[in-house]
Design a protein around this ligand. Sequence first.
Ligand code: PGA
Length: 253
Amino acid sequence: MRRPLIAGNWKMNGTKADAEELIRSIIAGVFEMRKVDVAVCPPFPYLFIAEQMLAGTAIGWGSQDVSREEGGAFTGQVSAAMLKDFGCRYAIVGHSERRQFNGETDAIIGRKYAQAMASGVVPILCVGETLEEREQGKTEEVVASHIDGVLNLAGVEAYGHGVVAYEPVWAIGTGVTATPDQAQEVHAFLRERIANKNKEIAEGLRILYGGSMKPGNAAELIGQPDIDGGLIGGASLKAADFVAICQAGEDNA
Ligand code: PGA
């Protein structure tokens, strides 16, 4: 049985004071949950707040990106080893906003995934199609290529050390959520693709859904057989909403 994971992707939002307040409320809200893994991914400068406030709690923290390089002359980048040093359990890689605004390709993202893994940080690989790609019937082709980026570089074993998040681009920040059936179909496809290489790794892999997940739809989405939690954007900035989604994960465990 896969343990659900609910991770908050704060993106580039909030102040130091907001981060403290949000983390304080989340600690209080999820305190008694035992069956769900919870994590927050604040902007880089606020990682130290997460480290200070969350050390000793069951809540993990992670970054929203990581360098594909190990270290050295790469101005502005943050290495996986540095994240590990900050106690990060997770690193989001390949978010569609980075694919779109930072020109990240599957090859680059594969290297980021491998860097995180090598440092003992769990990569959360985001995959997902745009609306245009869905309408052209290309959903499976697109998410397969996102999955294969890591498979080609690091082999199927890499999926024994990471998490996948299916995030249809048309559902991110739009208020439009994939229906539970639509999401389940893609999750099952992703798991099957990895199962073709290694069944056991596929069975153990957590595949999260992301894209306008909120308290009102979380339970039904997480209730699907191949949906193992959520990567939450907008709703992760509101403590009450995020805690309610964590509760849905706890109840579905
Ligand atoms: P959203 O974002 O929940 O605001 O749609 C999800 C994400 O981008 O990870």
